[in-house]
Every structure is written in C-alpha cells, then in structure tokens.
Design a protein around this ligand. Structure first.
Ligand code: NAD
Ligand code: DAU
Length: 336
C-alpha cells in the first residue's frame, strides 16, 4: 500500500526523531512526514535539525487535541504513534500526564484514523508484560499476559488494549509493536545509559539503583526503526510484533561497560535508592518479526554500540548540557 504521507507523533523525541531520520535517509518514497509533537521536556526541535523542510514538517501540538489531530490525520496515509510520557520514574511522582497523553492521546488518534480509514501503528513497550524472574531463559512473546507494574506501563497497556478493540470492533487497520529498551543518539539524559555517560562527562558519579542485578534487553534505536518500517508496510493487520535484539545485560554490567569504555575504574559509581516496584528482568522473543518479516538487528555488538553512543554524547555537549543540571536536581530530591 502507498506510504507517501506519514504522521509521526512524538517525532521530536528520542525514538521518534531517529525514525524520522531513518525515513528521510532510507525511504525517498515517503514524500511527506508530518511530526506532531507537544515539545514537552523530552521533545526537542534540535532532534530534527538539518532535515529537508520540503519533506519534514513539525507541528507543535498535543495528541489529545481532537480538532488538530482530525485535521492532520485527514492528510496522511498512515500514523506511527510514538508520542508518550515515557519515563517510569516520573510516572511514580506524577501519573497524571501519563494517563492523559498515553491513554486519551491514543484514543484521540484512533478515532481520527477510524473516521478517515487511515492505517495506524502503535509503538509500545515490553513493559506491558510486567517482568520475568531474574534467572532462567523465559522471554516475552506476543501471547504473554498483560500485567504492567508501573503507572507508565499501565497506561501503555491501556492504550494497546484500545488499539485491539478498534481493530476488532471498527475494522481499523492497525498493528502494535512492543519493543525492549532502546539506546543510541538523542536519548534524553534522564534515562539510564545517557544519564551515566553524561554523569561521567560532567564530572558526576554514575548512579545505580539498588543492587544493579535487574536485567534489561538492549536494542539500538536504528534496529527499532527498521523493524517498525517492516511492520508498517508488511505486517499483518491486527497483529502484535515483539521487537528485541537479544541484548540482555544486568544494569551493573552495562554501567561497568560504560565506565571501562570511558577510561574510569569499574567501581567508580554510587548505589542509590531503588525504584519502587522495580521490574526485575525483561527479555524479548522476536521470532515472529524475524520469521515473518525477515528482520535482523544490525547492531549485534553491544559494546561497539555503546562506544558509538558515548562518542555521540561527547561530541554534542550543547545538546544535553542545559537539561543535565535540571535532571540531576530532580533525581537528587528523590535520593537517586
Ligand atoms: P521520549 O520521552 O524521548 O519522547 C516522547 C515524545 O513525545 C517527546 O518528543 C514529547 O514531546 C512527545 N509528547 C509527549 N506528550 C505529548 C503529547 N501529549 N502530544 C504530542 N507529543 C507529545 O520517548 P521515547 O523514549 O522516544 O519513546 C517513544 C515511544 O516509544 C513511547 O511511546 C514509548 O512508550 C515507546 N518505547 C520506548 C522505549 C525506550 O526504550 N525508550 C522502548 C519501547 C517503547
Ligand atoms: O523496556 C522498554 C522501556 O525501557 C520503555 O518502555 C521506557 O519508555 C524506557 O524508559 C525504558 O524503561 P526502563 O525503566 O527500563 O528504563 P530506564 O532507562 O529508566 O532504566 C533502565 C534500568 O536502569 C532500570 O532497571 C532502572 C535502572 N536505572 C535507571 C536510572 C535512570 C539505574 O540503575 N540508574 C539510573 O540512574
């Protein structure tokens, strides 16, 4: 089907901006990309800097604004929905914007897509499945039970369920992808990997929550972008695809890799207050994506991907320095 005009919500955030950059570089057939982004603390015009103005248009606005969403959805072939409040720690302090944006925002988009019969893709997270035991080989699959732990993941789970209902009840042409932890350029400095890199670059000590035994399944954001494109263009309507690159590491391992890559002693970090309700382990079984759509991750060497990410933050201090002090002051108020 034609995918010449796309609406990318949250396209000025970390993963959305990487997706827009991927489209511009790899898919000339996508002639128009409208980015709808509220530019919250996590959104940044600079993430879209240098992209061709005749192909990429940023509309600053809210996915909960029904008249605006209606007007934009009417102009496109498909919507890729990244916009969200995305940080677990913030959702524990104030869940309100999570409920608004993640649930009501998704509802608003679904209604407009239904009205204009526009293809919809929901960007979601593996966190909707709760967590796995620390030990063992179990992994999430598309049939795993939804049992989210945090306000953030509960709102993403709610949004996914709305999508499923709109497919079944209204025949909406929609798909869902649930991806594991992303890393790479343009990630806001509140998140684990960029926080530790920028701590070291700014002379602060890295901060590890609790024991550091929790496991996350890391994927480079570029591999996420390609997977989303495959699902959008070749995925089966009504289906869920899990995206993950077999990148399981404990938080302590990741932190030690960062320290080593940056020439610091392995033990040069602080252990701080744990996250309440902290999920133990995530792991993705991406066989459906691999077998049905032929996806393969390009970033299979995590240490190399980390070094490249460290270099990006080292080379772009102007991108993160202004936010850094604010983020660290907020963490310090919560003993983290
Ligand atoms: P982010 O916080 O970096 O970016 C979110 C973007 O959404 C920002 O640009 C923000 O301004 C925008 N936004 C927030 N509220 C909005 C609203 N009401 N209207 C319009 N725009 C709004 O998040 P991210 O890490 O890039 O995550 C993007 C999506 O991917 C989210 O849906 C998240 O749940 C999902 N996801 C993230 C990860 C991860 O590891 N970061 C993994 C799996 C899935
Ligand atoms: O699994 C996908 C999810 O990954 C996405 O849905 C979320 O949007 C994204 O934020 C991410 O959630 P996490 O909570 O796993 O990511 P975060 O970067 O906040 O933390 C990763 C791990 O590192 C987690 O176990 C908590 C720990 N941590 C985090 C920070 C910020 C630390 O030990 N120290 C820290 O300073």
């Amino acid at each position: 089907m034609t995918m010449q005009r796309l609406l990318v919500t949250g396209g000025a955030g970390f993963i959305g901006a990487n997706f827009v950059r991927y489209l511009v570089a790899q898919h000339p057939e996508v002639r128009k990309i409208i980015v709808l982004d509220k530019l919250t603390y996590a959104g940044n015009r600079a993430n879209l800097a240098g992209l061709p103005a005749d192909r990429v248009q940023l509309v600053v606005g809210d996915v909960c604004d029904a008249p605006l969403v209606d007007r934009l959805v009417a102009q496109v072939d498909a919507v890729v929905h990244y916009a969200a409040e995305s940080h677990n720690d913030r959702s524990l302090v104030d869940p309100d914007p999570f409920v608004q944006t993640n649930i009501l925002g998704t509802y608003t988009l679904l209604q407009a897509c239904r009205k204009y019969d526009v293809r919809f893709h929901q960007i979601s997270t593996d966190e909707v499945y709760g967590d796995l035991p620390l030990t063992g080989k179990a992994a999430f699959t598309p049939t795993s039970r939804y049992q989210p732990s945090s306000p953030y993941s509960a709102t993403k789970a709610s949004a996914d369920l709305l999508v499923g209902a709109w497919v079944r009840s209204f025949g909406l042409r929609a798909t869902i992808s649930n991806c594991s932890n992303n890393y790479g350029p343009y990630q806001y400095v509140e998140k684990f990997i960029p926080r530790q890199i920028t701590n070291i670059l700014s002379g602060r000590r890295p901060k590890l929550y609790g024991t550091g035994r929790n496991v996350r399944d890391w994927i480079h954001v570029a591999d996420h972008s390609w997977a989303v494109w495959l699902i959008l263009t070749r995925g089966r309507i009504g289906q869920t695809y899990l995206i993950g690159a077999q990148g399981e590491h404990t938080n302590r391992e990741v932190l030690e890799m960062i320290l080593t890559a940056m020439g610091q002693p392995k033990g040069a970090y602080d252990q701080v207050r744990d996250r309440p309700g902290h999920d133990q382990r995530y792991a993705i079984d991406a066989s459906k994506l691999r077998e049905e759509l032929g996806w393969r991750p390009q970033y299979t060497d995590f240490a190399a991907g980390l070094r490249q990410t460290i270099a990006w933050y080292r080379d772009h201090p102007e991108w993160w320095q202004a936010a850094k002090a604010r983020v660290e002051a907020a963490y310090a108020r919560h003993g983290q």
